[in-house]
Ligand binder design. Structure first.
Ligand SMILES: [Zn+2]
Length: 312
């Protein structure tokens, strides 16, 4: 009996570390020096002065500038402006060479008839944070310079979990909250780029409990779009990865803002060739957002059901 239970424990441990390990794989995709990524963002501000603003929101432990890009048109709306957030390289070794190119690729469509221009003209807002963890990115590490996993450092109120002990995650959440208050934003969709499960993960991360409606249905709709354009598996974190981590940004965005919150897990070595699929998916998401998530009624329904949002 005792022998059997030891075998059982060993089996469980092996299963957990195998699935954990698979999801923590290095992407095998290498990008330019971080300074070049910052310079590319500055070039976008020069190219689109009426649309793009850059925000330096702090520094990493090793002193690298933390910077995000926000794209929006001047517009007065009677209710909150729907915003979509993209973040990448929270795990520095999971960079996909998608997250740093997407801002330029999407902005290229901003001044012509496209899903991007329709979204921006309707008052939509795009926030891009290509590299959340520049120290980890430069040293090709999952962790920040203090050896901490930043995707275990976000507040998750329903789990009673307090995060934001690290500079990079605390500064990003603070910057997003400041932008929300300054511009009257409602974070409707968030996408964090990671590697390498080839999947789109939905909340929750920390538990296998289902989401309530209407959020569940909206997550499934966005997931179906990702499956169509990128061929990825779609499911809750626990179902796809086989473990339930606490402290992920996805759970924070969902719990705090009622955002449809996703982790996009790219594919080892090959994801960077998928840019056309990512662009199609983003355009479909912008259309979906404009058609389904802009109205005040929907905004209220989406942010009040779960009861954890910061407005309460
Ligand atoms: Zn990751």
């Amino acid at each position: 009996m005792q022998f059997l239970s030891i075998i059982g424990v060993l089996f469980l441990a092996a299963t957990a570390s195998a699935s954990d390990g698979a999801s923590r794989g290095d992407s095998g995709i290498f990008g330019p020096p971080y300074e070049n990524i910052l310079r590319a963002q500055e070039a976008l501000q020069v190219a689109y002065p009426e649309l793009v603003t850059l925000h330096d929101y702090g520094t990493s432990y090793e002193g690298r500038r933390l910077q995000l890009l926000i794209a929006m048109k001047q517009k007065e709306l009677p209710f909150s402006r729907t915003a979509i957030v993209m973040a990448g390289a929270t795990h520095g070794n999971e960079y996909l060479h998608i997250e740093d190119r997407l801002p330029a690729e999407l902005l290229r469509l901003a001044n012509r008839e496209s899903s991007v221009s329709k979204f921006l003209n309707a008052g939509g807002v795009l926030v891009f944070v290509p590299i959340v963890n520049p120290d980890g990115y430069e040293r090709r590490s999952r962790f920040n310079a203090r050896g901490v996993d930043l995707n275990r450092d976000w507040d998750v109120p329903p789990a009673g979990f307090k995060g934001f002990k690290e500079r990079e995650s605390a500064a990003l959440s603070g910057a997003l909250e400041q932008l929300r208050l300054q511009h009257g934003l409602r974070y409707a969709i968030t996408v964090d780029y990671h590697c390498c499960a080839g999947a789109l993960l939905t909340p929750w991360s920390y538990t296998e409990d289902d989401l309530p409606e209407p959020q569940l249905g909206h997550h499934r709709a966005i997931g179906a779009l990702a499956h169509k354009d990128l061929g990825v598996t779609v499911g809750a974190t626990g179902q796809v990865l086989g473990y339930t981590p606490t402290g992920t940004s996805k759970d924070y965005y969902f719990a705090s803002y009622g955002a449809l919150a996703f982790t996009y897990e790219g594919r080892f070595k090959t994801e960077e060739s998928q840019m056309p699929g990512h662009l199609r998916w983003w355009e479909a998401m912008l259309d979906y957002s404009r058609e389904n998530l802009f109205s005040e009624t929907i905004q209220t329904a989406m942010s009040s059901l779960h009861g954890f949002n910061v407005d309460l």
